[in-house]
Structure formats: C-alpha cells, structure tokens
Ligand binder design. Sequence first.
Ligand code: PAF
Length: 281
Amino acid sequence: MKIASTVKEVREIVKAWRAQGLSVGLVPTMGFLHEGHGSLISRAVQDNDRVVVSVFVNPTQFGPNEDLEAYPRDMNHDSAFCEKLGADLIFHPEPSEMYDPDFTTYVNMEELSKTLCGKSRPIHFRGVCTVCTKLFNIVKPDRAYFGQKDAQQLAIIRRMVRDLNMDLEIVGCPIVREEDGLAKSSRNTYLSEKEREAALVLSRSIFLAEKMIEEGETSAANVKSAMTELIEKEPLAQIDYVEAVDGVSMQPVDQIKAPTLIAIAVKIGKTRLIDNTIVEE
Ligand code: PAF
C-alpha cells in the first residue's frame, strides 16, 4: 500500500491503474479510522480492483467554533488499518495541497443542507460538497463510499452527483454500532466514561422509534415526542434536533412512510453526536 500526499502523485498512480483497465473505488474519510470506516473500505475492496482511501481533516467543513484543531488524528493507526483491509493507496494531503491561499470556488448545495445538521452547522455541507468534488476530480473513481450514519451527507452527495452530472456511483453503507448500540464515530473518543454511558440515549431513542414504527405508528409528531421524552431523561444530554424528514429531499414530514429518515443530533457534554434510522418499504 502506498501513501501519497500530493495530487500529482495520486493522478500518476491512478493513471497507471487505468492504463491496465482496472476499476477504482474511493473512500473519503477524515481519518482516525474505526470499524465504520472499515466497513466502507471492505465494501470498496470487494467492488473494485483498486481502492483509494483519502485521509484529510477538511478545514472548510468546520465552523469557526467547531473542533477542527481538536479533531483526533492518528496516521500510523490509519495506515495499518487501511493496509490490513486491502486498500491500495492512502491520499493524505496537507491543507495547503488542497486549498491554494487564493482558493475561492465552492460547491454549494441549496435545499438539502437547510435542515437537520445544516441548521446548526451552516457552512458544513458547502465544505463537504467542495472537498468531495475535489476528491472526485483528483481520483476520478468509478465508485465512492459513504456511511448511512451521516445520512444527510449521503443524501446531499447523491444529489450533488446527480445535479452536476458527476460520472461515478455513490454507494451508501449501513451504520456500524458498538455492541451496546452506540453508533461508531471518531468523535466518541471525546467522551468521558460517564458521557460514554450517557451517549447510549441516542441509540436507545433510535431503537424506540424503530419499535414504534414497526408496531404501526405513522405520526412523526408521536415518534418525535417519545424520542424527545426519552432523551430528556438523560441529564448530560442536550438535544440539537429530533426530526423526521423525507429520506431524499431532507424536508420535514408529518406522516412516516418509506423512505422517511428519523434523525437526531444530541450534545453529550461538549460532544455533538448524531444517529438515525431510515424507514424502508
Ligand atoms: O464524513 C466525513 O468523514 C467527511 O465529511 C468527508 C466525507 C470525508 C468529507 O470531508
């Protein structure tokens, strides 16, 4: 497995693969890889002849008061992890390699980024769309892999690819959870022991919603209020949102039917965590 830090190196390596007629998968990440990323890399290895994992903590998707500096990084762990899973190349650029000092062109998603996380993180999805567009242009993959845990991000990337006629397939992969239910996230590492316990309220409320829907509940208001009540019982939890939206348009719905996305963002202490479930046919 190779590690490249420049756009030029990546392009040369991918060009040589293409000359041999090989297919290429891309797994965009911000590093500090866990089994959630692992499931994306394994799926990419299954689907493609060659796999590129990008490890880049993208500054343009962090707001001024967010955790850009504190975001966990561990390149030694990440490269061993990728190698073990069969990735062929890590792209690990410096921010200056990705953003010239006079960088000024952004990809802005309109409607889908106004709800859920977009409300409390107003520039987040502009940064995500911009960096993913850049990564797609650099690697030119046949397929790119994103986790369902960031459901709004996945919906936005799918729409961006459709709207801008980008020539690749977006593959969504299921949420990976710890044994006790907590969705895997690099940000879980911020949690103290007490907060880690309190954080279980996220998955519990998601499982409650799944149970209510399975038992026939179709009112979004009823599901949201039961979830809210459960989360509010946890003293360390502070709700950012508990929402039911259409899984494609990300707009709020009153009635739950496929493909409704039930999504939550909750602060546990200072750590903002997200979780969701999608209602299928
Ligand atoms: O999901 C992430 O880790 C990031 O938002 C992504 C897609 C790698 C873009 O920086």
